[in-house]
Each structure stands twice: as C-alpha cells, then as structure tokens.
Design a protein around this ligand. Structure first.
Ligand SMILES: *Cc1c(COP(=O)(O)O)cnc(C)c1O
Length: 390
C-alpha cells in the first residue's frame, strides 16, 4: 500500500534548492483554478510585470517557462540558433559546458572559450573570438554555481553588440542574490530559475527576451526545433491580454508559489535582499577564515550566495557532508567536474541567507571536521561571524 510521502525537515545550504519559506509553501497549496480563468490570466499578467521589474528589463518580454532553469538555457539556444550559425560560449564551469552542448544540439557551429574553473569570464579572451567571424550568439554564465565565481556581464554584452551577436546570460543563481541589470547590460536573452535566490520550489524558469532577440526569432528561416519552448508559440499563450490561445497548461500552483516569492522579495526590497546576501556571506567567510578554511575564488570575484569551500588536506569530504546531514539535517553540496572532492559548495541563497544559517553551518562544519580529528573551534568561527554581523 502506498503511503503519503513525508519529507524530513532539512536545512538547504547546497547549490539549490534553497529553503522555501512557509508563506510560499502555503501559496502552493491554494485551490487550483483553470489556466484560462480570468483570475488566473490576471495573475499571469502580474507575474510578467513583476519579472520585468525583477530583471530590470522594462522593454523585454518576460515570462516564466514551465520547467526548471535548464529550460531557460534550452529555450535561449533553441530559439536563437539555426543550423550552421556560429555560437561562441565562454566556459568557466559546468553550466557553461552545458550551454555549449545545447548550442551544438541546436545545430550551431560551436566555439568554446575555456577558462580555468573558479575564474570569471575574461572579456579580453572573448573579443578576438567574436572579431574573427560573424557570430549569432555569445553566451556565458553570470553566477557560475559550480565554482562560486561571478562574471561581469556588461562588458561581454557590449562585445556581443559591437560584433552583431546576440548575448545570452545565465542568471539562474544570480537573480535575487546579486544585482541583475538586464537593461543596464543591454543583454538579449537572460534566464533564471526559481529554487536558488528566489527561494520558490524548482520547476520554473523566468526568461527575458530583448526586441532584437524577438525579431531574430520571428525572422528564423526554419521552425524552432523544440515545440514546448518555441517562443513564437509561447507568446501566443503568455502574450497580449485577451488574445490567449491554448499552448500548454501552465503549472498553475507553481506559479502561485513564484508569485508569493516575488511579493516577499519586493516587500523586503530587491536592494535590501542583495545587501543581506552580501552581509551573511561576509560573516560566513570570516567564520571559515577563523578556523583556517579557505574559499576557492578570489575575493574580487566571489559570489556571496555560493561559497566554494576548499576541502582541507586529509579530510574525507563526503563524510563531512554525510555528518552534517545526519547530525544537523543540513544539506551542503559537493564539487563537480575538476572540483569533485576538492570543494564543498555552500549556498547562502534566498531564505537560506540568514545569520542563523551562517551560525548553524559553521557549527556543523566544525563538528564534522572534529569528528575526523581536525580541530576546528566552532565558538571561534561563530564569534568571527558575529563580529561581521554586529
Ligand atoms: C542550477 C543552475 C542551472 C540549472 O537549473 P535547473 O533548475 O537545475 O535546471 C543552470 N545554470 C546555473 C548557473 C545554475 O546554477
């Protein structure tokens, strides 16, 4: 006999999902209504406007795609690229690599610009590659969740524009945690996810498309090869008020959750949320330093919401993750690719970016290290963090 699933209570401080607040969970449980109900259509309009505000993209078309962050990436590549077109992807971690794979599947001729993991994308490496041949798309990741490195999108979007390419910026982990300024960057396609710094459950991908990107898509020679994410079809559903035609059934309750997460974010204030992420990161970094733990990324390029903590020599990194999960119900993430076994990925995202999370994680980590015979004074770590929070 099947029984109801009762998830354990966990504290989510990995690379996503982050803790979802009770008010968002409550919103998800509200009654399902029809997706063509006038009340639901009003909600769709409100979400579109809220996403324009969130991305700072008043001139872009903004909608939440009905699938996780990866769908935003897939929509960008499939809609913008046609077979044979040149796509330049700056790769400085796992998600840049995924973009390159997708661009290849869209039939593009893909050029990657490889960076060491943990480094930001370097405009000086990118410019000559765009100057070398006509390019349709330049893509890169703003906040590389696999390494904790932050790239400045403004200069890269300018290079794309100068050479007639469309820019694609992955903001899955940045949105809500650090400044995302689509209009200021003059970026073409920017997408995100709900389960990182927005602290809604996974399953939706907010996306923003510039007028240039929309014109490129409506002027395609061949149909977009992905039906669900074909922007021309999607906008007949999410587009103009009243003129909606059935395309797919929107994930209605998931959209209640996103809406509530946005209400909460605007109540706090976007700038206040960014300051909160920076502040808890500073406290966490000070706590780590007090017990001799290092962060992989140079301070100038560190993401506050994703801390890549270097595993000390002689420590079994998987045993530390298992310890904090068992003893503290605390989830932290492992390294990927070349960083597997070398770092822990500790998220301070959205509702998980609080002083309480900082204290808890420092204490749990120190205890887990102690269990392996490496002295780490939890009280000293927490005291160093408190000093930054004061
Ligand atoms: C998490 C993440 C994705 C993928 O999002 P999913 O919701 O897991 O599909 C893409 N890019 C970056 C930078 C991410 O952190």
């Amino acid at each position: 006999m099947m029984q109801s699933f009762q998830p354990p209570r966990r504290i989510l401080m990995g690379p996503g999902p982050s803790d979802v607040s009770p008010r968002v969970l409550a919103a998800l449980a509200r009654p399902t209504i029809g997706h063509l109900d006038p009340e639901f259509q009003a909600l769709m309009e409100e979400i579109k406007a809220a996403l324009q505000r969130l991305f700072n993209a008043p001139e872009h078309a903004c909608v939440p795609l009905p699938a996780p962050g990866t769908a935003g990436m897939e929509a960008a590549m499939m809609n913008l690229l046609e077979p044979g077109e040149r796509a330049v992807i700056a790769v400085n971690g796992a998600f840049g690599g995924r973009m390159a794979d997708m661009a290849g599947r869209a039939g593009a001729s893909v050029v990657t610009i490889d960076h060491e993991w943990g480094q930001p994308v370097d405009p000086k490496k990118v410019e000559p590659v765009l100057a070398a041949a006509p390019t349709k798309v330049l893509a890169f990741v703003h906040a590389e969740t696999s390494t904790g490195a932050r790239t400045d999108p403004g200069p890269l979007c300018a290079i794309a524009r100068k050479h007639g390419a469309l820019s694609v910026v992955d903001c899955v982990t940045s949105l809500g945690g650090i400044a995302v300024d689509v209009a200021g960057w003059d970026a073409d396609v920017v997408y995100s996810g709900t389960q990182k710094c927005l602290s809604a459950p996974p399953g939706l991908a907010p996306i923003a498309l510039s007028k240039r990107a929309q014109a490129a898509i409506s002027g395609r020679r061949e149909k977009v090869r992905n039906w669900l994410l074909d922007f021309n079809l999607l906008m007949s559903y999410w587009g103009g008020e009243g003129g909606r035609t059935y395309h797919h059934t929107a994930p209605i309750n998931a959209l209640y959750g996103l809406h509530e997460a946005l209400v909460a974010l605007f109540e706090e204030g976007q700038q206040a949320a960014i300051v909160r992420h920076a502040r808890v990161h500073e406290a966490f970094a000070a706590g780590l330093e007090a017990v001799g733990l290092a962060i992989l990324v140079d301070p100038a390029h560190r993401l506050p919401q994703l801390n890549a903590v270097v595993v000390p020599e002689g420590i079994d990194e998987a045993a530390v993750r298992a310890h904090v999960l068992q003893a503290w119900d605390l989830e932290i993430g492992a390294g990927l690719g070349p960083l597997k076994g070398r770092i822990w990925r500790i998220g301070l995202m959205g509702a998980s970016a609080t002083p309480w999370h900082v204290r808890l994680c420092l204490t749990a980590l120190c205890q887990a290290l102690g269990a392996q015979g490496r002295t780490a004074d939890a009280a000293a770590a927490v005291a160093a963090a408190e000093k930054k929070l004061a």
